[in-house]
Design a protein around this ligand. Sequence first.
Ligand code: ADP
Ligand code: MG
Length: 178
Amino acid sequence: MKIQAGSSRPFPESEGSVGRGVSDAGVFSLMLPDDAATQALGARLARVVRPGLSVWLSGDLGAGKTTLARGLLRELGYTGRVKSPTYTLVELYSFSRFNLYHFDFYRFVDPDEWQEAGLREYFNDTSLCLVEWPEKGGELLPKPDVRVCLEIFDAGRGARVQGLTEAGIRCIAHLPRL
Ligand SMILES: Nc1ncnc2c1ncn2[C@@H]1O[C@H](COP(=O)(O)OP(=O)(O)O)[C@@H](O)[C@H]1O
Ligand SMILES: [Mg+2]
């Protein structure tokens, strides 16, 4: 198995990973040696994601989910501060052609909140949704098109990126190379 970024460290979760590109299955893994590498992966994703897609960011506290979202938002041209939505549940970023909603369900406990907050309406054809802690979002959370799983290593992080719908797989297939 080859891993990007020149690391020889095995990445246990990888499936069908390839050194530079993407496997036929729309899955690939890479090492992220530092914060900048996590942001760079977010920036690559920014080049291929489209309104209407939902991107799940999984991984433990501190795995780099918000960092990846920050890199993606910067690449889209957002220059302000990218805050973690841990306490607000969702942060909105308005771009000229679409809205980006950055969710964090870490503190989400009551699925009834879905109805009260009208969360379903955020997931539509004209919005791009990034979701941290999707595992805590409950059954009503729409399924993702792309999932990024981040894993903490002694030095750096491992990332596994997977397209899960036709649109998601297409995205990953067009991901710019490093
Ligand atoms: N690839 C990486 N290697 C080392 N540290 C990283 C990497 N990516 C992000 N970090 C750092 O990890 C910390 C937690 O990142 P954050 O994005 O807030 O995690 P999460 O949102 O998953 O809880 C930050 O200090 C960030 O700079
Ligand atoms: Mg976070």
